[in-house]
Design a protein around this ligand. Structure first.
Ligand SMILES: [Zn+2]
Length: 305
């Protein structure tokens, strides 16, 4: 498998959680106005893990809390929470049908920061983005990062949603961070570094390829140049420079010449042996002397001075 490029696939599965008053009420969205991106803030928990949490753990916890609060005659502490789609490194899991309301972004009492997402309903007075939005949760790695494959898959989820809801094709206006809606630090890595979110949206919009195929670099045809000077060491640099200047051509040292995809018609060699240079040139002009002074003498003679 070494060297094989793993392509990120959408791998979209539906596994709906049961209806419950604190997670999935079954209330229908008024319309789909936007997609809201989140992170789960739940380090190391997968999409499947969240299915279990929202299908079972949280409803049970809330039922118990409600019963206990009533029994004890105190205020109840309920966590209303849910999201439509959970994305991790391996799959995208739809927990709630996309035409239903989820509890994802309504913690701001004054209503959403974006006026386009301020919806009212008899059950939710005051404006509530949840009535208009599909919530997408990015799962988090054990170290608190969002895996690149999760980010890529989220872009694929965006594109999937854009096919279902063409109004979402206006990527940069129709996908927003939870942070943009209520000011919550979510998805935290993309609040801290907004360019990470832009990267996600650029992939959604097709500006950046989600699965770039790495092509083997094509061998370029050797560029042919008329003439050049090559020096052997720094000792010859000064005279090599003068020669190149006089002939109005390029100056290379041995190493830089070896690394260039060049073919040189006429190569003036200033210092050092001729071995290995025949591959680079059709004609060697040997100006190397026994030492730097001798080399300089040869160059001056060559220039006819
Ligand atoms: Zn959030």
């Amino acid at each position: 498998m070494k060297g094989e490029i793993q392509l990120v696939q959408l791998n979209y599965k539906k596994k709906h959680i049961k209806k419950h008053w604190s997670t999935r009420t079954g209330l229908k969205l008024l319309r789909v106005q936007a997609g809201i991106d989140h992170w789960t803030a739940n380090f190391g928990a997968s999409a499947e893990g969240h299915y279990k949490y929202f299908d079972e753990t949280l409803p049970n916890q809330n039922d118990k809390e409600r019963a206990a609060a009533r029994r004890e005659g105190r205020k109840e502490y309920i966590r209303y929470a849910s999201a439509h789609i959970f994305v991790d490194r391996y799959k995208a899991l739809e927990l709630v049908p996309l035409d239903e309301v989820c509890f994802g972004a309504n913690e701001r009492k004054a209503g959403p920061l974006l006026s386009t997402l301020r919806a009212t309903h008899s059950q939710y007075p005051g404006g509530n983005a949840n009535l208009l939005c599909i919530h997408i949760e990015m799962c988090v790695e054990p170290d608190g990062t969002i895996h690149p494959d999760t980010v890529k898959r989220t872009a694929l989820v965006h594109q999937y949603l854009q096919k279902l809801f063409p109004q979402l094709k206006d990527t940069y206006n129709r996908f927003v961070r939870h942070f943009d809606v209520t000011g919550k630090n979510c998805p935290a890595p993309m609040v801290k570094d907004p360019s990470m979110y832009k990267y996600l949206l650029d992939m959604t919009a097709g500006e950046i390829e989600i699965n770039p195929i790495v092509k083997p670099q094509q061998k370029e045809e050797n560029e042919v140049i008329k003439m050049a000077v090559v020096v052997y060491s720094d000792a010859d640099l000064s005279v090599g420079y003068d020669l190149a200047n006089e002939k109005k051509c390029g100056l290379y040292n041995r190493k830089s010449l070896a690394n260039e995809a060049l073919k040189i018609n006429e190569l003036m060699v200033v210092g050092g042996p001729m071995e290995g240079l025949e591959k680079k040139t059709n004609r060697v002009i040997d100006l190397s002397g026994t030492d730097r002074w001798d080399t300089r003498k040869k160059v001056i003679h060559y220039l006819g001075k």
